[in-house]
Design a protein around this ligand. Structure first.
Ligand code: FPP
Length: 257
């Protein structure tokens, strides 16, 4: 198994004191953190605002989570921005989220590039995603492609089941026989086979679901649920999730260490 919370030889050993009193062991930071950014709509309703105002407020949370992840030395951060099921939302909200993805990239990609963040997208690039949004996605990936500090993957028009279906389609296209199909063959055909499985998944807003996120990759991830609504999420909440992660005993189906 490639991902463990075992000490990384290159990691610093000094603990990071956050706003909470417990410390983070920087030698056991999750390599890959994935987030379900949930609760934007409820955050907005509670303030008498439109749901789209909640998504807009989620941008600050997203950027702060990126900063926090960089501070910790997280190498891979994956954010669920738009699911294959989100097309069922009212047309104006869908239109807003498409445009928001585009404008967020235009406004933030240089700053992310300067911080050494590689931007990538995971999901279906189908006809439903406006062409100009796809263009910004391609440009942002291209601009940041050689960055090494962290890979920020935006799961956009993403569904875990769709990703597995797409991998199976590739297996068929590649002409594999039944006996040649194993976990390795399937993994190699996921959207980003080079990406390690998430060590830690954080879902906000007090919902306890996976919601079709990274179904293949989450097999042994540690799940942390937070009651905070996404627009209120800040790096301290990420640090708290990492502390919780560091209290877990990852056994991968084996026995206690
Ligand atoms: C879930 O909250 C959130 C989303 C569907 C979108 C999350 C996106 C962002 C925070 C910003 C980045 C977005 C893009 C497109 C780059 P919800 O609307 O389901 O909230 P609710 O459960 O309270 O209704």
């Amino acid at each position: 198994m490639s991902n463990t919370s075992a000490p990384r030889p290159d990691a610093g050993r000094e603990p990071l004191a956050g706003h909470f009193d417990r410390e983070i062991d920087l030698s056991r930071v999750p390599v890959h953190v994935a987030c379900v950014m949930d609760g934007n709509g409820r955050w907005a309703s509670a303030r008498g605002l439109q749901r789209t105002d909640g998504h807009a407020a989620g941008e600050v949370a997203l950027l702060d989570a990126v900063e926090g992840a960089l501070e910790l030395g997280v190498k891979w951060l994956t954010m669920f921005a738009f699911s294959t099921e989100n097309w069922r939302r009212p047309a104006d909200e869908v239109r807003y989220l498409m445009g928001f993805n585009e404008s967020l990239l235009v406004r933030r990609r240089d700053e992310l590039n300067d911080k050494g963040v590689r931007i990538r997208f995971a999901g279906r690039r189908d006809w439903r995603v406006p062409r100009r949004v796809l263009r910004r996605m391609d440009e942002s990936e291209e601009l940041t492609s050689s960055n090494k500090r962290m890979t920020l993957t935006m799961a956009f028009n993403y569904g875990g089941r769709a990703e597995i279906v797409d991998a199976v389609r590739r297996i068929v296209d590649d002409g594999l026989r039944a006996g040649q199909v194993d976990e390795r063959a399937l993994r190699a055909r996921l959207y980003h086979p080079d990406q390690p499985d998430p060590d830690l998944v954080v879902r906000t807003s007090g919902e306890y679901r996976i919601s079709n996120f990274l179904l293949w990759q989450l097999a042994y991830s540690e799940l942390v649920f937070s009651d905070v609504l996404w627009p209120d999420f800040r790096r301290e909440h990420l640090f708290d999730a990492v502390r919780e992660y560091q209290r877990r005993d990852r056994r991968y189906g084996g026995v206690a260490r």
